[in-house]
Design a protein around this ligand. Structure first.
Ligand code: E4P
Length: 220
């Protein structure tokens, strides 16, 4: 399972990369807007930190505009992946870009058939938004599972990125389904480390170690 960070914040990316467990980054216009940094510069800075796929999203809504923006963004770094919304124009742009060898990530995917359309157009990645489906009282994980089954049925090469992740159980369930990638906010990544028994265990080991050192006269 690959782990991507869903953020445009350089400090978060640096920390995740230092831990040695971050394989890529996804951004979107909302995440970029939180950073108040020039878009293309920020994408380049992210690419310098993480040697893996970095998704940058187009903002044009027509396919020709999407292709134009994508071609510019793709020049920034070899790791840039173009995020394209799953609309009719988006699917057309994905097809054109895939024929040009430009990697794409179909975003704002909320149903199995939207995912199939992205795969058929040649998307490199497809991003089903789990949390946002849950938000409207539907079942995001069920959607993800259906996509995973359909992609396996037809051996689609498009990789699935479980997106809009809100908590560690989303990550666990996606991993159990064998989903290729999970992209998560830094706060969720941090939570994956935590277990109270680890903290209690360290505390007990440290206490016993100090007592042992006193007992053998290493410290007073
Ligand atoms: C995916 O690539 C998106 O950037 C992201 O996961 C959206 O998540 P949200 O629903 O928490 O905004």
């Amino acid at each position: 399972m690959k782990i991507f960070l869903d953020t445009a914040n350089l400090e978060e990316i640096k920390r995740g990369v230092e831990w040695g467990i971050v394989d890529g980054v996804t951004t979107n216009p909302t995440l970029i807007s939180k950073e108040k940094a020039p878009f293309k510069e920020r994408i380049k800075e992210i690419c310098e930190l993480v040697k893996g796929p970095v998704s940058a999203e187009v903002t044009a809504l027509d396919w020709e505009g999407m292709v134009r923006e994508a071609e510019e963004l793709a020049k920034l770094d070899e790791h840039v992946v173009i995020k394209i919304p799953l609309t009719k124009d988006g699917v057309r742009a994905i097809k054109v870009l895939s024929e040009k060898g430009i990697k794409t990530n179909a975003t704002l995917v909320f149903s199995p058939m939207q995912a199939v359309l992205a795969a058929k157009a040649g998307a490199t990645y497809v991003s089903p938004f789990i949390g946002r489906v849950d938000d409207v009282s539907s079942d995001g994980l069920k959607m993800l599972e259906e996509i995973a089954v359909i992609f396996a049925n037809y051996a689609f090469e498009t990789e699935i990125i479980a997106a809009s992740i809100r908590h560690p159980m989303h990550v666990v369930e996606a991993a159990l389904m064998g989903v290729d990638i999970v992209t998560m906010p830094f706060a969720v990544l941090e939570k994956l480390f935590k277990h109270p028994l680890t903290d209690i265990g360290i505390e007990r080991f440290m206490k016993d170690w100090e007592e042992y050192r006193k007992a053998i006269g290493e410290v007073k």
